[in-house]
Design a protein around this ligand. Structure first.
Ligand code: 0X9
Ligand code: ZN
Length: 428
């Protein structure tokens, strides 16, 4: 009896102290000053051996790298940095503690605000789904909701088509925006939802042209399985949740932004299915990337701009990730720079300035990425936005979201208007 009592007590204490973030207990994140390309190369070389999670790549002389390492590998990692003369400091001493703080922030935010708006928070899949259904029901003349199909785990992947002319007027460009391809990048879905809000529920007179002249396709959650898993189990999950026993019996999931059919499985990938950068067994192995591809191909002649929203780091990136440029690179740069400029002009002091440029040059080369696929199949303007992390990186406190969504909307609006100009050029 006494034994059972003691065991029950132990179980209670354990339940009270165990946290779902324990897998990251004593994981640390380090800021590393990058002096030149060799330093970046060193970090990349260590990445796979030491199972590093590179939260930010850094740029020689301009941006520090941020790297997460397990407690088991930390000593080896820091020694390698020291041996090579790199200056580094601790950004996060215990990732589990940061994740717990982040969760507490979210809970406090929820309990403190009665009428919280969906885009000032981190809504779950079901909340996003009911918001989209509500928009479709409330604005039947403007909105069509489309179910692209089930995710690997069976969640409906839905997008809104917003148009004053039911997508029938070919003289209008289409702006295609998607978010949450990478599960842990939680700030991205609220930006898509706020865009819907500004086009429908809170349209301002000066923005009427955005609705009248442009058709919108907005897909707020590309990767719902990963997103839900990041809420329930592992906040730092990035990939899809597909299981393929021919590929691995140990690890699941694919990096959706390495899974598109563009130079597939060549650069910026890992052949290890446990890696965050695993591109999958073949291009478009994931239903989630197939749906993005199908939207691009279905509406291709009219999609003037594709905006794949990620986080973090304040980048507006354009093609190609192999460091080559499309023929209209000057115009692409112009629109990207306009986005960066307007967002910079209203940014919070804690945020970096946007860095606008070719993804392979200002960030890192990749293969199989959505932006490159869209550009190569014929979308004239294809971007990846990396939203701000404000120093919290993937764990942005909800108190920042109001500013974040408004600021990003300004960038989206500018790019939509400039894309419209280029689309009209097609006709005269
Ligand atoms: O690596 C990625 O997929 C993106 N960065 S993230 O931190 N959100 O994972 C950047 C993709 C940029 N585009 C290309 N490199 N093509
Ligand atoms: Zn991403």
């Amino acid at each position: 009896m006494l034994l059972r009592f003691l065991l029950t007590c132990c179980a209670c204490v354990y339940a009270a102290t165990a946290s779902k973030h324990d897998a990251y207990r004593s994981y640390s994140v380090h800021t590393i000053q990058v002096r030149h390309a060799d330093d970046l190369q060193l970090i990349q070389d260590l990445q796979f051996d030491l199972d590093l999670d590179i939260w930010q790549y850094g740029m020689a002389g301009q941006r520090d790298a941020e790297v997460m390492v397990s407690p088991e590998k930390a000593r080896e990692f820091l020694s390698a940095l020291d041996e090579n003369g790199l200056t580094h400091s601790i950004l996060i001493a215990d990732v589990a503690k940061s994740l717990e703080d982040h969760e507490n922030d979210i809970a406090a935010h929820r309990s403190s605000r009665k009428n919280r708006m969906i885009f000032n928070d981190y809504p779950r899949y079901a909340e996003v789904d009911s918001y989209m259904e509500r928009m479709a029901a409330t604005y039947p003349n403007l909105v069509t909701i489309v179910n692209a199909g089930p995710s690997f785990e069976g969640r409906a992947i839905k997008y809104l088509k917003i148009s004053t002319t039911n997508f029938t007027d070919a003289s209008k460009p289409i702006y295609f925006m998607d978010a949450m391809m990478h599960a842990r990048e939680w700030v991205t879905t609220p930006v898509a939802l706020y865009s819907i809000h500004r086009l429908l529920e809170n349209r301002r007179p000066e923005d009427q042209d955005l609705l009248d002249d442009i058709d919108w396709i907005i897909l707020p959650i590309v990767n719902p399985d990963g997103y839900e898993f990041s809420h329930t189990d592992n906040r730092l999950w990035r990939k899809t949740r597909s299981v393929n026993l021919n590929v691995s019996t140990e690890c699941i999931g694919v990096d959706a932004n390495r899974n598109f059919d563009i130079e597939f499985n060549t650069t910026g990938v890992s052949t290890n299915p446990c890696s965050n950068l695993f591109p999958g067994p073949y291009a478009f192995s994931e239903v989630e990337t197939q749906y993005v591809r199908d939207i691009l191909l279905e509406y291709l002649p009219r999609i003037q701009l594709y905006n794949d929203i990620h986080s973090h780091g304040n980048y507006v990136l354009f093609c190609y990730a192999n460091k080559t440029l499309p023929p209209n690179a000057a115009h692409i740069h112009h629109i990207g720079a306009a986005m960066g400029a307007i967002m910079d002009s209203i940014k919070l002091p804690q945020a970096r300035f946007y860095l606008v440029g070719n993804s392979g040059l200002v960030l890192y080369p990749t293969s199989g990425s959505a932006d490159d696929y869209a550009q190569v199949v014929g979308v004239p303007f294809s971007y990846t936005m990396e939203l701000p992390g404000y120093g919290y990186e993937f764990m942005v406190p909800p108190s920042y979201m109001d500013h974040m969504v408004k600021e990003t909307w300004e960038g989206i609006a500018v790019s939509a208007r400039l894309a419209r100009i280029h689309y009209r050029r097609r006709f005269n």
